[in-house]
Design a protein around this ligand. Structure first.
Ligand SMILES: [Zn+2]
Length: 306
């Protein structure tokens, strides 16, 4: 099995920022199991950020000027700033690889809560809007399946004419939808076991109606039932069903897809196992000769694999 092209650099993962330190654990876990071919992105051209966020915020984040620099909720440091920049560089590198080869992963956060004026919700710079900002030649469709609604991306979908955002979440985080953003709240304990599949069918219908050039998939691990922040209550099997559906859709519609691992607040090893299951789903869906018309081959075996 050819491992999944996965962009990662140790700079993504400063040990003093717990939510980012988990990324290095996941990178090692996926690499050791032959699931990920880890590739370092080139340094970010910071000129690409111009116009993505308010100039006052970008300047404050660059030099650590408070209170704006830490407005996302993580104390600003040069290493935290550089982690954010490295992940953005990985985002663009993953996009380029996916456009040529169909799929790539960025072992990073999407930072979907960051809004134009500032960071928010532990998200300094919106890495999903960043792609649409840098690539106005592409229609970019975000399929956001993090536990939390991507309110920042929703705001950007109203600003950037080439950005679309469909999100399935357990925690709304202010998402109410707009002309290019569609929120789907799903809580399995309340809505029933198959509610997420219904939401994913509705998201696929939106993708079909748009037929974008690129999908950005936020495969959030914090939707898992044991995550302290989860209201979605997805079992490992439900997460695999989710991932397979999304990858099968990309394959079926022949739309390049970039996977971003997004959030997760369990112990690092538990998150790494969820990220590994996502990588297995991607490899399975995009394997040569894969038959992805049903989108539901063997979720249990993928979820249970060590
Ligand atoms: Zn989240």
């Amino acid at each position: 099995m050819t491992p999944l092209r996965t962009y990662f650099h140790p700079d993504y993962s400063p040990h003093e920022v717990p939510s980012l330190a988990r990324l290095a654990v996941a990178a090692r876990y996926l690499h050791e199991r032959g699931l990920a071919e880890l590739v370092s992105p080139p340094a970010l051209d910071r000129a690409l950020l111009r116009g993505l966020h308010a100039e006052s915020y970008l300047a404050a984040f660059e030099c650590g000027s408070e209170p704006l620099a830490s407005s996302q909720g993580i104390p600003w440091s040069p290493r935290m700033r550089d982690a954010s920049y490295a992940m953005l560089a990985g985002q663009l590198a993953a996009v380029n690889h996916a456009l040529d080869h169909g799929i790539a992963m960025n072992l990073a956060r999407g930072f979907h809560h960051a809004v134009f004026e500032r960071g928010a919700g532990f998200c300094p710079i919106n890495g999903l809007a960043f792609v649409a900002h840098c690539r106005p030649d592409l229609q970019v469709f975000v399929v956001d399946c993090d536990e939390h609604g991507g309110n920042g991306t929703e705001e950007y979908a109203a600003r950037l004419p080439n950005l679309y955002n469909a999100s399935m979440f357990g925690t709304r985080f202010g998402c109410i939808g707009n002309a290019r953003s569609w929120p789907f709240e799903v809580r399995l304990a309340r809505d029933g076991r198959r509610a997420h599949l219904v939401a994913l069918e509705r998201i696929e219908a939106l993708v079909r109606a748009t037929m974008p050039d690129l999908l950005l998939y936020q495969a959030g691990a914090d939707s898992h039932e044991h995550d302290p922040k989860s209201c979605s209550g997805f079992s490992a099997r439900a997460l695999v069903e989710r991932d397979l559906r999304v990858f099968a859709m990309a394959r079926r519609l022949a739309i390049p897809i970039v996977v971003i691992v997004a959030g997760g607040y369990q112990a690092a090893e538990a998150i790494a196992r969820i990220n590994a299951a996502t990588a297995r789903c991607a490899l399975r869906a995009f394997a040569r000769n894969a038959q992805s018309r049903t989108g539901s081959p063997g979720p249990t075996s993928i979820a249970a694999a060590p």
